[in-house]
Design a protein around this ligand. Structure first.
Ligand code: AHR
Length: 665
């Protein structure tokens, strides 16, 4: 017997149910279908085309040791402990010196001096939790050096985790006197290894100064020298995010003002980018990361370039003159805020200015004469209190005075309710802020309860940017927060509420984005990586399904004339995509039973007889994806056949489905 696709789905559900002894009522077969009505002709809100974006922060080794493909840790010896990450073999006293030339080179003060007499000296770098290398791939080495007296020869060696040599080359050097030179060499790795190490062997008698020791894979994103990890950029590009928020997060604020993110220190030659400690180095006693620093190899130029590459709007967030209020809480005196405000004005000029302007010219010299088309800017991250409002007012006046078209993102503090939130939300709305940035890290039931949060928000006032959110099962139990199916499904349910209110919530980004399996500080995170591999969590697939099915106009979807926000555990939203002439329906079934529904289309438009459904489903809410099983939860696509204007669906237990149906033209 040949079954049509819906019949096949029903049959397989019957078999599953009998197999697991669930019975007919769980199946939804005996139930009458629940009628869900979609008004296909009445558009209730526009969907901003950049609505679903990503939040990038250098947390969990997201940038250094992550997307920034540099393989050498502490390449310029600027970590607090200058030789952290390096190991010296066969060393005698006086053979290696850490030299500081801070008075003449403030951005890159340290280098090391090697004096070799007779024996070889081997300087070994451990990489960021090891060095991931791929068999057959070319690796590109570079180094700054000066050799006043000749005689030293260098051999570069890559060794796998068992100390087997898996790559080797000589590095030819010249006698340079007191001048620094850059020298390059490349070699091919003969094996794949997740945790190899890299050695420089100094042979022969003489002195040599070295700095900026660097090793990159040649298969970077777009093959840019010293660029980004291609697999990590690709997984982002696949999501088609509408914007990329950067560089954080708390690193914008810093533990104190000296530790804040300063974009001007992150552009230009890498040896001139002044490195600082990453604030996540010391933030959590349970996840110490003493080797976490920011080299800014991924700096603001690269962030803008990345945004452009993946066709996402750039959304930089700048320090507002306040350090993290959970740490030092330092603020800049109001009458000394000018340099901070000037940084914001200069950034807009850097992104958008004509090449005859100072900062537009800088951008052109870095290789991008065309403007980056910056449209929005965040002032402060999770800052709060009257001191934030005072500083924000000064920024707003200056930026809007010069660049009225730039939309400003304003902080509403650290959570979506309570006194801090109320003060900021009310004040910002009273001052007609463009965007209020709401953050929520809450349990799954909070997400479900808040799927209707924006239904009652004012329609014509400030817009909402849900700038950071994730389900945290229990913030008090360290390690309890995992990207399991329960978190992702609850996020999907809430996101239907964001989409239904797309006139109010115009942008949203899950947070944080990346985490290294051996080096994370904060969980959950959307995408996990090791030194060579990457996988998306169930949250990744939820985010991707929303971003790649965003549509253009919201239409109403109701049951019993009410928005679907939890009746029978169902949460839904619907959009029309005018560009493809399709209806897109998103439904989360948060109950442990099959739900039989009829999507009933109310409108003049006629639909074609075949649609598609992308489905994420798992009976086990604790199910995770992993390196070993990266798509334990991943979308499965099937066709659905349709008769007339009713679409019968059996939603699987604990499932999130995206249904796409074409209209007849
Ligand atoms: O996303 C992780 C952190 O959570 C961000 O840095 C901060 O803004 C928030 O508290």
């Amino acid at each position: 017997m040949k079954l049509n696709p819906p019949a096949k789905r029903v049959l397989s559900l019957i078999l599953i149910n009998f197999f697991f002894g669930l019975g007919f009522s769980n199946l939804g077969i005996a139930q009458k279908p629940k009628i869900v009505t979609i008004k296909t002709d009445q558009y209730i809100a526009k969907v901003e085309q950049n609505m679903w974006g990503v939040f990038f922060e250098d947390i969990n080794f997201g940038a250094d040791g992550g997307i920034y493909a540099e393989l050498i840790k502490n390449r310029s010896f600027e970590f607090t402990k200058p030789l952290m990450g390096w190991n010296l073999q066969k060393q005698k006293d006086g053979e290696i010196l850490v030299v500081n030339r801070k008075e003449v080179n403030e951005a890159n003060p340290r280098y090391i001096q090697i004096k070799n007499e007779t024996n070889d000296i081997e300087l070994i770098n451990e990489g960021f939790k090891g060095i991931g290398v791929k068999k057959g791939l070319r690796y590109d080495f570079s180094m700054l050096y000066r050799m006043p007296i000749g005689g030293i020869k260098l051999v570069l060696v890559l060794k796998d985790s068992k100390n087997k040599v898996i790559g080797k080359t000589d590095l030819p050097l010249l006698q340079t006197g007191s001048n620094w030179q850059k020298q390059f060499a490349s070699f091919i790795a003969t094996e794949t290894d997740l945790k190899s190490k890299f050695s420089i062997i100094f042979q022969g008698k003489g002195n040599i100064d070295i700095d900026m020791i660097s090793l990159f894979p040649s298969d970077t994103w777009k093959n840019r020298p010293q660029g980004l990890r291609a697999d990590m950029v690709q997984i982002l590009a696949d999501m088609k995010p509408g914007f990329i928020r950067f560089p954080g997060g708390c690193i914008v604020e810093g533990t104190d003002l000296a530790n804040r993110y300063q974009w001007k220190n992150t552009i230009g030659p890498i040896e001139e980018r002044k490195m600082i400690m990453n604030r996540w180095n010391i933030e959590f006693a349970h996840r110490p990361a003493p080797d976490y620093y920011q080299t800014f190899g991924l700096g603001f130029f690269e962030y803008f370039q990345l945004a452009e590459d993946i066709e996402a709007d750039a959304l930089p967030i700048l320090n507002c003159g306040m350090a993290c209020q959970f740490n030092s809480g330092e603020v800049v005196a109001l009458d000394e805020l000018d340099p901070y405000v000037q940084d914001a004005l200069d950034l807009i000029e850097f992104a958008n200015g004509d090449i005859t302007t100072k900062w537009g010219k800088t951008r052109a010299e870095l290789g991008h004469p065309k403007p980056f088309k910056l449209k929005m800017l965040g002032i402060g991250n999770e800052n709060w209190g009257p001191q934030y409002l005072e500083r924000l007012a000064i920024f707003t006046k200056a930026i809007k005075g010069k660049y009225p078209y730039i939309k400003l993102i304003n902080s509403s503090g650290t959570g979506p309710d309570g006194d801090r939130f109320e003060l900021l939300n009310n004040s910002l709305r009273a001052s007609k802020a463009d965007f209020v940035d709401e953050h929520y890290y809450r349990p799954a039931d909070w997400f479900l309860k808040n799927a209707g949060r924006y239904d009652s928000y004012p329609r014509n006032e400030s817009k909402v940017f849900v700038g950071e959110y994730a389900v945290h099962a229990d913030s008090k139990i360290i390690g309890a927060n995992r990207n399991n199916w329960q978190s992702a499904l609850a996020a999907a349910a809430l996101m239907t509420g964001l989409e239904r209110n797309a006139d109010v919530v115009q942008m949203a980004s899950y947070a944080p984005l990346f985490a290294h399996v051996d080096a994370w500080q904060w969980a959950p995170d959307m995408i996990w990586v090791d030194n060579l591999n990457v996988y998306g969590t169930p949250d990744y697939y939820v985010q991707k399904l929303f971003a790649t099915n965003k549509g253009t106009d919201v239409v109403s979807i109701t049951a019993d004339q009410k928005n679907l926000i939890g009746q029978n555990g169902l949460y839904a939203s619907a959009v029309i995509d005018k560009s493809t002439n399709e209806l897109i329906v998103k439904i989360a079934n948060t109950e442990n039973k099959v739900q039989n529904i009829d999507l009933s289309l109310d409108g003049k438009k006629k639909i074609k007889s075949i649609g598609i459904i992308d489905e994420l489903a798992n009976d086990n809410l604790a199910q995770l994806n992993s390196m070993e099983n990266p798509r334990a939860i991943g979308p499965k696509r099937t066709n659905i056949s349709i008769k007339g204007k009713k679409i019968n669906l059996f939603l699987k237990p604990y499932s999130f489905s995206v249904i796409r149906i074409s209209f007849k033209s």
